[in-house]
Design a protein around this ligand. Structure first.
Ligand SMILES: [Fe+2]
Length: 498
């Protein structure tokens, strides 16, 4: 039954704000449904049998916060089932508490991104479950780092409910970027602000493939910072702390959860993966910068941690500026794939130029690997790239782009052994979303398989899936067309049919 609403609620408009994040291709789609037999140009290999799941923030109602960021939209899950050379599409919102109560009220009730003090009503759990979707122990888990997961049925996408692993989950939060051990299927996780908003507590935990909690370690962070992604090796876990910091008093005054902190270093927490005590955590320090997504991590022959991630000198989350309101112009942002080499036994915790190496100097993001090589020495990394010289028709797409500025116009494949990057350019009026890697059936060779990515077509204002064979990376094997557009999503995963 719907809860009673307060007598006075913040006013909402009957349309989305006239802002870049709600305009053009970024206009919320708000579609649930199914389309069988999507159009296929080219040929999908018959051996590909599985489902590509991804999630996008897609607000069901206009917000009462005018400059509400893209990250605050309701999680809408897309599933592309690939079988016998055909693709069918299904999409369904996660029935979070927020989604359900707003649908009952027929209006937005949630306030600012991760600020409960600005809500129109009190929520028990205010997550939007909009950041990642992973398959674990027979369920899909829709994730956002501010709450436990929501569990979904992998076939129907129906929401089962908030998932606390039968009450085993000790943390109030759960990362949107859990890692999986390719041998055991163990899920390695953490939550930050794990005892509630503004708390410095990090809760590290490992979950066996059958859902049993194996270990929990409580840690204290030197600063209440966003820890969006992390990395795992055979023996270590690595926590990159983004210098976006939280202040509960600012939140109580109606301000933002996050504020860029130019004086805060880039802390990298390093903890033994198994059997750690809270005091075992070491926080290494590197000069202030912005860590984005992880590619992979492993240990080299001398026991050093090799940690690969995107790194930008400037605040990529420019919509959360510093205390003086300073933020970089979005078109000036440049994130490049960077390798840190860290000795976890070191007593000197200062990191400098000697510890870092640029692996690819292009502007890139959303790094993916052959997940069978996660946590291990690896050779192949795939990612989104922005290379304006490839021929994107910026004047043509500008009026319908939405979002304010163009993100990534191509897919890259870096061979870490040769240092060579291959590029796939999907078209002059196209932009790409995050790719996923699909292993070729029967092959155990790293990187032998396919890459699949959702592509925005601004000429037709529809979405497409582009499928590449990694042996011939510069051409698409097949382009699969949707009769609708899917605005920018965050993350997704490929799940092979059993
Ligand atoms: Fe992410």
């Amino acid at each position: 039954m719907a809860s009673a609403l307060p007598d006075s609620l913040p006013e909402v408009a009957s349309h989305f704000p006239d802002r870049p994040q709600f305009s053009g291709f970024m206009k919320p789609g708000r579609v649930e449904g199914e389309v069988a037999n999507l159009e296929v140009l080219g040929k999908i290999p018959e051996e590909i049998d599985g489902t590509f799941y991804r999630v996008m923030p897609d607000p069901q109602f206009p917000p009462f916060i005018q400059d509400d960021p893209w990250f605050n939209g309701d999680g809408n899950i897309s599933a592309f089932r690939v079988k016998d050379g055909r693709v069918s599409f299904k999409q369904r919102y996660v029935r979070t508490e927020k989604f359900t109560r707003e649908r009952d009220a027929q209006r937005a009730l949630l306030g600012k991104y991760r600020n409960k003090f600005t809500d129109a009503v009190e929520f028990k759990v205010r997550t939007t479950a909009n950041t990642n979707v992973v398959h674990f122990n027979g369920k899909l888990l829709a994730l956002k780092e501010d709450a436990p997961p929501y569990a979904l049925d992998p076939e129907t996408l129906e929401t089962i409910g908030l998932h606390t692993f039968d009450g085993q989950l000790p943390s109030m939060t759960f990362t949107a970027h859990p890692k999986f051990d390719p041998e055991t299927g163990e899920m390695i996780c953490f939550g930050y602000e794990a005892k509630g908003d503004g708390t410095p507590d990090i809760c590290y935990y490992r979950i066996a493939a059958d859902g049993t909690f194996l270990e929990t370690v409580w840690l204290v962070s030197p600063v209440v910072a966003m820890i969006h992604d992390f990395a795992v090796t055979e023996n270590w876990v690595v926590f990159p702390l983004m210098p976006q910091v939280c202040d509960i008093e600012r939140m109580k005054a109606g301000g933002e959860h996050w504020q860029w902190s130019p004086e805060t270093p880039f802390y990298i927490g390093v903890l033994p993966r198994v059997g750690a005590k809270p005091s075992d955590i070491k926080f290494f320090k590197y000069p202030n910068c912005f860590p984005s997504h992880t590619s992979n991590a492993y240990e080299d022959a001398s026991g050093n941690i090799v940690f690969d991630l995107g790194l930008s000198e400037k605040n990529v989350f420019f919509w959360w500026p510093d205390a003086q309101g300073n933020a970089p112009a979005p078109e000036s942002l440049h994130s490049q794939l960077t390798r840190f080499t860290i000795d976890p036994r070191a007593t000197d915790l200062e990191l400098g130029a000697a510890h870092v190496q640029a692996l690819d100097t292009n502007n890139s993001e959303f790094y993916r690997v052959d997940d069978r090589f996660a946590t291990k020495s690896y050779r192949h990394v795939y990612f989104d790239l922005m290379r304006p010289e490839l021929g994107t028709d910026f004047p043509a797409i500008g009026p319908v782009l939405g979002g304010g500025y163009p993100l990534y116009n191509s897919l890259g494949h870096l061979d870490l052994e040769t240092g060579k990057t291959d590029v796939y350019f999907p078209g002059r009026t196209h932009m790409v979303q995050e790719p996923v890697f699909i292993p070729r059936r029967g092959s155990k060779v790293e990187g032998d398989g396919y890459l699949l990515a959702l592509v925005n077509n601004y000429a037709s204002l529809t979405s497409e899936l582009h499928l590449l064979d990694t042996k011939d990376f510069t051409k698409a094997l097949a382009v699969i067309s949707l009769p609708l557009k899917l605005r920018a999503g965050l993350h997704g995963n490929w799940v092979d049919a059993v």
